[in-house]
Design a protein around this ligand. Structure first.
Ligand code: UDP
Length: 496
């Protein structure tokens, strides 16, 4: 009699090599480890220093039955024509480098295949950006789950547009269209969509094809957030989804001073942020951060600085990849604003979870990367949405049009090149900040909705909540798959 338990399961987690993919995948591994499952995160050697502190910290949790393991593969950089040691997409300044980097990560296939043969896990959770991984898993008879790093809503909208043949032929990218068949009215321009959707290249086809080999998708979201869409999306119903997030809530009760996924920890200690935030009134501080990848021109940075100064509210602004401050900051900005204690300029990496969850923070200017969106939702903080590229414009729709917890800054074109974007001027930013942080009725209502959504998110992750229930169902399914596999092998042995 076979009696498989969660304890007997071993799952490998294979994140794509950028902070926005590594961070939630490590949180996901922790979520599974918390359920008694043996979790192993597979990363490349160069990314170990980013991941190890988070894993070490997670492993201090005495309730874990198996500590999370870290396995490192060698990324063959020079063979793939990228500089040795450049093992994280965030290190590449040019958006065109994405496909060069993807070509390098494609070369992980043989070593991952070997790893599967050596470790024989019961399941692999693979990133959407590794279409080859599901094939390798299938060849090794290991079930694979996809971790898209995004939400259900954006995939549903894209699918609806594709099925309805709205993305075809001569694209009128600037025409406003209503997405058919959705409970809320969602209007968008095709220019909002990622280029990979409008003009799919070989890689997009490979990603789509890999969906045929997966057992289902693990979504970093929670059912209540996307309920209206889950049951209505055409052609997605035959796939299986488990909504298990927000996975960042895994860090509740842990030391959130930990700067997760940081490549450059030198951005000042968490205590520094905390003591600054402690001096501010509740909900008075604006947090401004555009994730790990975004870059801006000097002109745009200057406009952000002008807007923040004019809005006259305390802020923490994370400025990554911005070169010399003197090249873009308005004259005297540093003395007047930063020196005057009004604003904090973080050149590098900030402890985002810690900041968003501090009671002094009342608003977040975000580029709408999915992790940032969900972290804002979980913290109950309303947002100003400033999407830049990828599926960020669809995430904006979810926050602004569906859940009405945000204000759009008004960017309309999806563009990954900083130089080609229309500049948002300081006045536009100030106007949005005044609206978001002000005391009017609409602002209060928006704050209330954000707060309530945050409570729903936290409930989903608690015992009996929807995400916890989904985890239980998923683990039961993995136990079933393992049991069936073992029984088949027993039968084969008997026949022999
Ligand atoms: N992040 C952070 N500090 C920073 C910038 C980003 O901790 O200074 C984290 C953020 O909390 C989120 C992730 O990095 O978990 C960024 O992911 P997201 O999907 O928001 O954007 P991406 O970087 O992929 O564009």
């Amino acid at each position: 009699m076979l009696n498989t338990m969660a304890d007997d399961l071993h799952i490998l987690f294979l994140p794509f090599l950028s902070p926005g993919h590594i961070i939630p995948m490590v949180d996901l591994a922790r979520l599974f480890a918390g359920k008694g499952i043996k979790a192993t995160v597979v990363i490349t050697t160069g990314n170990v220093p980013l991941v190890k502190p988070t894993v070490d910290l997670a492993n201090t949790d005495a309730s874990l039955r198996h500590p999370i393991q870290l396995l490192a593969l060698r990324l063959p950089c020079s063979e793939a024509g990228i500089p040795e040691g450049y093992e994280n997409l965030a290190a590449f300044p040019n958006p065109d480098d994405l496909f060069r980097f993807v070509a390098a990560t494609d070369r992980l296939e043989p070593s991952f295949s070997l790893l599967l043969k050596t470790h024989r896990p019961d399941c692999v959770v693979v990133d959407f950006f590794y279409p080859w991984a599901t094939r390798v898993a299938q060849e090794a008879s290991v079930p694979s789950l996809l971790f898209s790093g995004s939400n259900f809503f954006s995939s549903a909208v894209i699918k609806i547009l594709q099925v309805g043949e709205l993305i075809q032929g001569d694209l009128e990218t600037e025409r406003l269209i209503e997405v058919p068949g959705l409970p809320q009215k969602i209007h968008l321009k095709l220019s909002n969509l990622p280029d990979t959707v409008l003009h799919p290249k070989e890689f997009s086809h490979r990603m789509a094809e890999s969906l045929h080999r997966i057992h289902g998708t693990v979504v970093n979201s929670f059912y209540e957030l996307e309920r209206d869409y889950v049951d209505r999306a055409p052609n997605l119903r035959d796939l299986r989804f488990w909504f298990v997030g927000p996975v960042s809530l895994q860090n509740r009760g842990m030391d959130t001073k930990m700067v997760r996924g940081s490549g450059d920890a030198a951005s000042g200690s968490a205590d520094h942020f905390l003591s600054w935030l402690e001096t501010k009134r509740p909900r008075s501080v604006l947090y401004v951060c555009f994730g790990s990848m975004a870059r801006f021109t000097a002109t745009q940075l200057r406009e952000i600085a002008r807007g923040l100064e004019a809005s006259d509210r305390p802020f923490i602004w994370v400025v990554r990849n911005a070169g010399e401050i003197s090249e873009w900051q308005p004259e005297g900005f540093e003395n007047r604003v930063v020196g005057g204690g009004k604003g904090m300029l973080v050149q590098g990496w900030a402890p985002q979870l810690l900041i968003l969850n501090h009671e002094a923070v009342g608003g977040f200017v975000t580029h709408c990367g999915w992790n940032s969106c969900l972290e804002a939702i979980a913290a109950g903080v309303p947002v100003i949405t400033w999407p830049l590229f990828a599926e960020q414009f669809l995430n904006e729709k979810l926050l602004v049009d569906v859940h009405r917890m945000g204000i759009s800054i008004g960017v309309i074109s999806n563009c990954d090149k900083a130089e080609e974007r229309t500049v948002v001027n300081g006045e536009q930013l100030k106007e949005a900040v005044d609206e978001l942080m002000g005391s009017g009725e609409e602002a209060e209502e928006r704050r209330k909705r954000a707060r309530e959504l945050g409570q729903t998110a936290r409930r989903a992750m608690e015992e009996g909540g929807s995400s916890q229930e989904a985890m239980t169902c998923l683990i039961d399914e993995l136990i079933r798959l393992k049991t069936v596999g073992l029984m088949c092998r027993e039968n084969e042995d008997e026949v022999k």
